[in-house]
Each structure stands twice: as structure tokens, then as C-alpha cells.
Design a protein around this ligand. Structure first.
Ligand SMILES: Nc1ncnc2c1ncn2[C@@H]1O[C@H](COP(=O)(O)OP(=O)(O)OP(=O)(O)O)[C@@H](O)[C@H]1O
Length: 340
């Protein structure tokens, strides 16, 4: 549906040049909610702006619905843009105009009739649950309501694709959650493909099925949310995943363990899948001569599954600990030794 193939972009200015995108390739499929995550300056905005050609790549191709965006003429580009709605962090609304007027704007620009505009605006206002604010001015709305107007405006031309540029970053946690649920509903009920950029990993966790992690203009990791969260490879990805799956041993507990002069080993265990949760812990706790201490544990819902991370201290004779390790392995749980 959206394909970036070896896309690179360099900005040059008075103080030298910067590689905003370096050889970026990714594929967003129909009905994905695809999240691009990265720290400030990673290249996320540059990437998303390539999709509706607010930026041109220096090399590589950007394809939307099988059409090469980079080689489109003006008329084709305008048509393509109607199929790609955009939602912004700062809403970009006309503050002194009404909700109706703001949502109608893309339809007016597309030359639709008055009757059609009225019908479509009412439809999208119902989708974003703002029908009662039709005649209110933007300046009278809360941040969450403004973003609903932004989403309604983006949906007005019935696009297949929605681009969201940090759409919830200016909102409080409760409002963020309601906007994320709205985006999910739009994706599920209308089949709209969503490409979003964010620096908040919990946004990805809440609604995305796929994710790409960017750093210094490159995509350093990508895959399904479960793959990337379940087994993050690069240090940057690990740092992001840490913000939603906190798997650190609390320092106060680590201090206690350091004082423990018995024979022990510590393992970090990781599993993906809801059925695994209880498979190995009861067996371990019943094993002869083995004491099992949970030093840290976290279980998080991702897409339709869970990722769990446990830190266990196995205390006992070498033979008892080895038996414990075998039980963990037999349960299919990935384990890594940890030194405190
Ligand atoms: N028009 C421009 N001219 C010069 N440099 C630019 C321009 N736009 C972006 N850059 C630079 O390109 C790099 C990538 O910027 P970009 O805005 O894509 O990153 P980002 O990940 O979206 O960051 P943020 O989360 O802060 O918006 C940055 O170093 C930025 O300073």
C-alpha cells in the first residue's frame, strides 16, 4: 500500500549538510497501523512527509497504491493527496472558524457541491463524536476536541490512508487514550491504513500492529509489534521498549541479593504468548532443593498476545539450579544469565 524503497534525503544549509534519511526501506500493508518511533531528529517527520510528497527524496522511490509518488505530475499529486489524510500534533485548524467550516475545507477545495459537503461533514462529525459541536468555533474547544476535528477533516475526502504526525503528543494521558481508541476504530471499521510517527512507545503498544524504529536517519529495526517488543535488538529499540516493558531489577532488591552469600544464579526470562504465563513457575517452585525468588516481573499486552519478562534468582546446590534451568528450557522460555 505504501512502499519506501532505498529512500535517502540530505538537507544542505549554511552550516553544512545533514542526512535526514539514509537508505530507508519499509512497506505498509493495507489496514496496518504502522508506527514509526524515534528520538527527536531521527528523521520521522521527513519520512512521513515523503508519502504525500511534502518532501522529495534525493534518491529511492515512494509508492502509494502502486503509484510512484515521486514522479507524479501536479494533477495526479492533488488526487493522490485526497486519498491521504493528515493529522498534525498542533491540529493546524482555523481557530476563528467553526468546526463545520474546518472539516468542510478539503471538500470545498475539491470542488464538491454544497449538499455533498453538508452530508459528508455530518457523517465524519458523527464518526469522531462531535456532531453537537458542528457550529462551535475551534477556539472554544478542548485539545482533545480539536484533534477530533483534525481527524474529521483528514477523513472528509474518504481517504484510504491516514498519516498522523505526533497526533497525541500535545494531549494529556486520558485524552491521548480516547484519540488512540478513535484511530483504532477508524482503522477497524473503515479499513483505513494508518501510518503514524511518535516518540512515545506506549502509542505503538496501544494501537499499532507494526513498528519501525529510526535513529540518525536510518530504520534500525522493524517488524510486528510483538516481534520488536518481544525481542528488541538495537540499543535504541531496547531503550524505547524499556519505557513500556520495564524489566529492570529495582536497585533496593539488587542490593539485598548482592548481600546473599548462598549459592545462586540469576536469570532474565522472556516469553511471548498468553498461555505460557503459568507453565514453568509452579514447576520451578516445586523442584527439590530449589528456592525461587522473583526479583522483577512485568507482563504487558501487545496486539493480541502478551510479552512477559521475569528476573528470577535460583538458590540451591549446583545440581538443583541446573535442574531448574532444564525446567525453564523445557517450557520454551528464553533465558539469559544476569550478573548484578
Ligand atoms: N527543512 C530542513 N532543512 C534542514 N534540515 C532539516 C530540515 N528538516 C529537517 N531537518 C533536519 O533533518 C533531521 C531529521 O529531522 P526530522 O524532523 O525528520 O526528525 P524527527 O525524527 O521528525 O524529529 P522531531 O521528533 O524532533 O520532529 C534533523 O537533524 C533536522 O534538523
Amino acid at each position: 500500500m505504501i512502499t519506501l524503497d532505498s529512500v535517502s534525503k540530505r538537507y544542505s544549509g549554511k552550516f553544512g549538510s545533514i542526512d535526514a534519511l539514509i537508505d530507508v526501506s519499509l512497506e505498509v500493508e493495507h489496514a496496518d497501523i504502522f508506527g514509526i518511533v524515534g528520538f527527536s531528529g531521527a528523521g520521522k517527520s521527513t519520512l512521513i512527509r515523503m508519502v504525500n510528497r511534502l518532501e522529495n527524496p534525493d534518491s529511492g522511490t515512494v509508492t502509494v497504491d502502486g503509484q510512484d509518488v515521486t514522479s507524479m505530475r501536479r494533477k495526479e499529486l492533488l488526487e493522490s493527496r485526497r486519498n491521504v489524510g493528515m493529522v498534525f500534533q498542533q491540529f493546524n485548524l482555523l481557530e476563528t472558524k467553526t468546526v463545520f467550516r474546518n472539516v468542510a475545507m478539503p471538500l470545498i477545495l475539491a470542488g464538491r457541491s454544497r449538499a455533498e459537503i453538508a452530508r459528508r461533514v455530518d457523517e465524519v462529525l458523527e464518526i469522531v463524536e462531535l456532531s453537537d459541536k458542528r457550529e462551535a468555533r475551534i477556539s472554544q474547544l478542548s485539545g482533545g476536541q480539536k484533534q477530533r476535528v483534525g481527524i474529521a477533516r483528514a477523513l472528509a475526502t474518504e481517504p484510504d490512508i491516514l498519516l498522523c504526525d505526533e497526533a497525541t503528543s500535545a494531549l494529556d494521558p486520558k485524552t491521548t487514550e480516547s484519540i488512540l481508541q478513535l484511530l483504532k476504530r477508524i482503522n477497524q471499521t473503515m479499513g483505513v491504513t494508518i501510518l503514524l510517527i511518535t516518540h512515545q512507545m506506549h502509542v505503538v503498544q496501544r494501537i499499532c500492529n507494526k513498528v519501525a524504529v529510526m535513529e540518525g536517519g536510518r530504520v534500525v529495526e522493524q517488524g510486528t509489534v510483538t516481534e520488536v517488543f518481544g525481542n528488541p535488538q538495537s540499543p535504541t529499540t531496547q531503550e524505547f521498549v524499556q519505557t513500556v516493558i520495564n524489566d529492570q531489577i529495582p536497585e533496593a532488591i539488587a542490593d539485598l541479593v548482592r548481600e546473599d552469600d548462598r549459592n545462586y544464579r540469576i536469570y532474565r526470562l522472556r516469553y511471548v504468548g498468553a498461555t505460557r504465563t503459568n507453565a514453568f513457575l509452579p514447576q520451578l517452585s516445586r523442584a527439590d532443593g530449589l528456592e525461587v525468588n522473583i526479583l522483577a516481573a512485568t507482563v504487558e499486552q501487545l496486539e493480541n498476545t502478551v510479552v512477559g519478562v521475569f528476573h528470577l534468582q535460583l538458590v540451591g546446590s549446583d545440581a538443583a539450579i541446573t535442574h531448574g534451568e532444564q525446567l525453564i528450557d523445557a517450557a520454551g522460555v528464553v533465558k539469559e544469565p544476569v550478573q548484578l
